[in-house]
Design a protein around this ligand. Sequence first.
Ligand code: CA
Length: 508
Amino acid sequence: MQHFIKYFFFLLTLLPSALISAERPNILFIFSDDHTTQAISSYAGDNKLMETPHIDSIAQEGAIFTKNFCVNAICAPSRAVVLTGKHSHKNGQFTNGNTFDGSQMTFPKLFKEHGYSTGIFGKWHLKSSPTGFDEWMVYPGQGSYYNPDYRTPNGMKRLEGYSIELTTDLSIDFMKKAQKENKSFMLMCQYKAPHGHWNPGPNYLDLFKDKTFKEPSTLFDNFEGRNSNAPKHKMGLHHMHESHLKIPVEKSKEWGRMTAEQKAAFKKGYEAQNKAYFAKKLSPEDDIRWRYQRYIKDYLRCVKSVDDNIGRLKTFLKENGLADNTIIVYSSDQGFFLGEHGWYDKRWMYDISLRMPLVMQWPAKFEGNQTITQITQNTDFAPTLLDAAGITVPAEMDGTSMLPLLTGQKPEWRDTAYYAYYESPGPHNVPFHEGVRTDKYKLIHYYESGEWELFDLTKDPGEMKSQYNNPEYKSVLKDLKKRLVEQREQYKAPEHEWVLNKFKRKKK
Ligand code: CA
């Protein structure tokens, strides 16, 4: 009897938290780096480069967002927007060079305050230490694919293995612990892949080996009909280094940190093709073609490891009875050029880098197979997750909860996205610019050179010809300029003069 009473009281102590975790959803926020929608089969449709079954399954069990745009297409700023729900000029992370002010309000802090177990593993890229997390292990800077170092509250720790798999292991351990403690969790699992220098894991080196990928039609773009800065870029396949391309493998960025076994596998993966490459002198044009094949294969190999590891996370949730009431979000900090315009990298307001992938599932609340076509932005992520957990969204956030879009309601919704890029010239010589995107059109202002671009996205989805000076677009232009003024007012965007003074690198 005494045992029974003891057990009864023990059960009582468990009850409130058990009840809470039954009601509140867990959050599994999976964020990769530079993963563009062209490399996700559910986005690319008939033009798909590869299959991403696990990412696709999130869309099938929930929703895919077709017009989800970042507010500033570069790593650290996009991450700061996600954490704060605010535009770059409000959270202070304008460029990769800034240090994130961790004392400001972030959504993980609010989850923690409301009793959630919070954790972040993998890429952080914000220089200051993570705040608002019970547990964290994040890469210093960009992090490494092989045998990565992790910053922890107790100093640096190096783990042996492939970073995508290791970050998944850490994430699964965190979820296991939260479940054991009967706590709701908010976990950010943030992969390094498929960011440069695209080092595939040992299990992926042979993938696509004998395949020849179709080149983008704009691989040899001459930039006619667009702004005068575009041809001055430094983000062409011809700008890639030997370390990006693994020619020879010993020049690979992470060669020095690999184990002997990893080196052997890496060498075997590239040896034959490198030998053939060095055996004959390619014309400049054929060299670009060769570079494209090397680049796209390595990029997609890295994507494949992300997709496989999302599969592992999903399996964990299913096997532990957590799938139904866990919101899974998959996204990446911006899009990325995969040889379009002859480019790699991001930064431009063109759709390829502007669009972020976004798929989301919550089986307990969302219908499956939804396609959300409204204009959403990364400012909306934090409000959505807070709203789902029943936590009040702070008024200072710029974004809006997307929950009504996902639960069959028809909310009033924005019809314009605002964008601003501040890291100029940066490593790739991209100009300062800002602009607006609507359902059908885009207006970009390069305020340093005083140029503008207007694209008709229905007729010209590849954004190859600016219609800015075309009189047929006079009323469209007037409307877009008005929207730009309104957006700047709404978000209290800084004056161009202020931006140029603050960020323009002084000419020597
Ligand atoms: Ca990125």
